[in-house]
Write a protein that binds this ligand. Structure first.
Ligand code: CMC
Length: 438
């Protein structure tokens, strides 16, 4: 396309010139961040926009989350992440994402009650969960369980009925917490515990994961606070891989359950949510390298660069400066390790790795900083979770964001089924040759 150029015009539209031909394209004004050039009108097959990895392609307009990656800004519904992490709770942030505003006392108390009383899973569903082997893979189990939930709930699948959508929203948020605790216990061959309605969302999640049946369990308040904040940090992140998948699946009018399960599958990848597990395993590998081979953290980084390997927990498509979520997560990691819990040696390796990488020319030139996943795994590990559980907890946090995006898409009358195009570069037409003649 070297004969093309995009010109912005003063009247608020853009002009695309290709091979001497001019096309006027409407511009969609953003309230913050770059404006959008509306290119759907090019769909007459004369030209198709090609943007692998969607570096500059927006799939929607959204009022939910804003990121300014150059200046480390993240807001949910206009509220800075720093303020939400300091003053709010995960359930209040979930309400904010889903309904677009902070709740009143009564609204919030009703919302919490509804979620609380939906946390129990029925006996049939418990039997279904029991069919997974003890050495189950955590993310496929979570995804399969969310799909299966739809079979165990009545009148929550009609995506055109707002009441059913709202109930399905609360069912998924409530029961995924119970399912996640089951996944943790199943791998330990321990029984699933019933929820306790008198306890808070995070406190009871930790009890369901770690309590000995019929014994009193008091959660560490710092763990409850840290996990609550991590779920806030992970609650939404505009059009990332899993959220766009949720929108695309939902755009075919698939159910909320099917769409959220698809989001879980996308999140499982090590380039996305799976990076938290990969980052912790990387710290463990460095520890082993230091202890057994007398290596240094600097050597490890140099070797990774030499072998063209990426450091897990570094870099981000949008943040070309510090990830604001990482700053908050790191402060909780610090508090937890200073309180004497967790593997201090792993935390110290993380600090050294961060220090060396952020002062290294390779990382500086590419503007690669530790992302949120660099720190969350350390915290989950300190709380007592096995690394295979990390991404399921990320998913628990991301559910309100996925559903808020799904709902926003369905509330927008302009939404269309997601159907990307391609530029065909294969063989032109040729004749079939029978197998004996090839
Ligand atoms: N370590 C070393 N080099 C890296 C890293 C890294 N972690 N990330 C990117 N680079 C290099 C990459 O090799 C490329 O170098 P060059 O220009 O010489 O070819 C350059 O930086 C640009 O990277 P990219 O892969 O083209 O960037 P991207 O926007 O396509 O990928 C990313 C973003 C997050 C997938 C990538 O940075 C990565 O793979 N990071 C490691 C995995 C990770 O931590 N993922 C969690 C992301 S945050 C949570 C979430 O969104 O799920």
């Amino acid at each position: 396309m070297d004969t093309s150029q995009l010109l912005k015009l003063l009247d608020g539209s853009a002009q695309l010139e290709v091979d001497g031909q001019n096309m006027n394209l409407p511009v969609v004004k953003a309230s913050r961040g770059p404006d959008g050039v509306f290119v759907s009108e090019l769909h007459n097959d004369k030209y198709i926009m090609l943007d692998p990895g969607f570096f500059t392609t927006a799939q929607c307009e959204s009022k939910i989350t804003f990121i300014d990656g150059e200046n480390s800004v993240l807001t949910y519904r206009g509220y800075p992440i720093e303020q939400l992490a300091q003053h709010s709770t995960f359930l209040e942030v979930a309400y904010l994402l889903l309904y677009g505003r902070l709740p009143s006392q009564d609204e919030f108390s009703n919302f919490k009650d509804e979620i609380n009383h939906l946390t129990l899973v029925g006996e049939d569903f418990r039997s279904y969960l029991g069919t997974f082997p003890q050495n189950l893979r955590t993310m496929p189990t979570l995804s399969a369980s969310i799909c299966a939930l739809e079979n165990f709930t009545q009148k929550t699948s009609d995506i055109k009925d707002p009441k059913q959508v709202d109930l399905a929203t609360k069912i998924i948020m409530a029961k995924v917490r119970t399912i996640t605790s089951f996944i943790h216990r199943r791998r330990l061959n321990e029984p699933l515990l019933y929820p306790d309605y008198s306890r808070g969302y995070i406190d009871d999640f930790l009890r369901m994961c770690f309590a000995v049946p019929y014994e009193r369990f008091d959660s560490n308040p710092l763990f409850v606070e840290a996990l609550d904040k991590l779920l806030i940090l992970q609650a939404d992140h505009e059009q990332n891989c899993s959220t766009s998948v949720v929108r695309i699946v939902g755009s075919a009018n698939a159910s909320l359950y099917a769409s959220v399960a698809a989001g879980v599958n996308a999140l499982s990848g090590p380039l996305h949510g799976g990076a938290n597990e990969a980052a912790l395993l990387q710290l463990e590998r460095i520890r082993q390298y230091v202890v057994e081979k007398n290596g240094t953290v600097r050597d490890f980084i140099e070797n990774a660069k030499k072998d063209g390997k990426k450091l897990s927990g570094f870099g981000h498509r949008v943040y070309k400066s510090h990830d604001p979520r990482a700053t908050i997560a790191k402060s909780y990691a610090k508090r937890i390790f200073e309180s004497g819990t967790g593997s201090l040696d792993l935390f110290n390796i993380a600090l050294e790795l961060e220090d060396i990488a952020t002062n290294d020319d390779y990382f500086k030139e590419r503007r690669l900083y530790p992302n949120i996943d660099f720190w969350t795994g350390l915290i989950y590990h300190a709380i007592g979770f096995d690394s295979t559980m990390f991404t399921t907890i990320f998913a628990l946090g991301r559910i309100p964001g996925w559903i808020a995006n799904w709902r926003e898409m369905h509330e927008n009358p302009m939404s269309k089924i997601g159907r990307p195009r391609q530029i065909y570069t294969g063989e032109t037409e040729r004749d079939y040759i029978p197998i004996g003649e090839r």
